[in-house]
Design a protein around this ligand. Sequence first.
Ligand SMILES: Cc1ncc(COP(=O)(O)O)c(C=O)c1O
Length: 397
Amino acid sequence: MIYLDNSATTFPKPDVVYDFMTDFYRKHGVNPGRSGFDAAIETEGVVWDTRKMLTSLFNGDDPNRLTFSYNASDSLNMILQGLAVSGDHVITTMLEHNSVLRPLYHLQMSKIIEVTYIPFDEHGYVNPDDFKKAIRNNTKMVVVNHCSNVIGTIQPLAEIGKICKESGVLFVVDCSQSAGVIPIDMKAMGIDVVVFTGHKCLMGPTGIGGSYVMEGVPVKITRFGGTGVKSAQKTHLEEYPYHLECGTLNIIGVAGLHAGLKWVLEQGIDRLHENEIKLWDKLRLGVQKIENVITYCAKSIENQNPVLSLNIKGFEAGDVGTMLDVDYNIACRTGLQCAPLVHTLLGTDKIHGTVRLSAGPFNTEEQIDFTIQAIEEIASIRREVVASSKTSGVNSL
Ligand SMILES: Cc1ncc(COP(=O)(O)O)c(C=O)c1O
């Protein structure tokens, strides 16, 4: 299989991730933070180490404020519902994933908040000035997807963060697609909360994600339960990390994330990105030469992640995905990719979305050449059918 669905989850993971998870769970699969025996303390050590590595990745200060959850969707629910209060106004973008949109729709439909959706331009980028114009007296927060999971464009966080800081508005960033492949500096970019998922560019397994919340950001506790400490207390603990964590952590997930992030840092974030974007550029340039192939917001490698959305005129995206899978053993994702407003703005909502091809660290130039060839062959089917219908007088497409 040629795996070009790395935006959904990176696959495969580096061998060290599989090895470390197996070894760790055999030797340290015990509950951390609850007991004083050696294995529990060693397990807590890996958890703490992972908090520290992620805190430093985002340029936060306090590893306790790096909290773990199941995934980005889980943390976005806690953050957005924990920050919003009745009468708030929230600004977000049309690039968001349903992990942001649905919690906001829920709050909007419950008449708790009002939401403004900022569009992106023809190249796939939001304009920071639009946020400035949209800010009102009751604007509580701006929520932005750092990198689109449909078109791969990387948004100007520092400029938006500056506007938020000047206006006293909180800035929440969904870095599901960027953490591990694009640098994120919460302080330099004026970010109050980052939310990440472990199973994409951080190279961890599924079922682990989290957030980093800057000091003083008023996230209400929306989940209550066991923390392993202060068990006689009736209220959930205010202090971080307990503030946003309850119950036993996904220890094996944390271990895998630990190994994944370590691997990413050893490889170098910039080098990983450089290699992947080279593949994206080759793919983009290759398919853009093919008659009847339309690519979306794929202009240059500047501020871009290796995610390419395309369609072939005359075909449903889903059918192209099936042909790539069945005839060429190429794995991709088709449809709306959980980001419906991107398609509304591209106009691809009416044609059932796009074919999304997303490269990862283990793809090769040969795989990209093969994929370009596959798309050329699929596109040529239509050309042949159109040509034969012209000669036979039958309009079959
Ligand atoms: C931009 C973006 N945000 C959020 C998510 C949700 O991540 P998870 O499924 O790990 O919760 C995704 C997953 O595709 C994503 O691409």
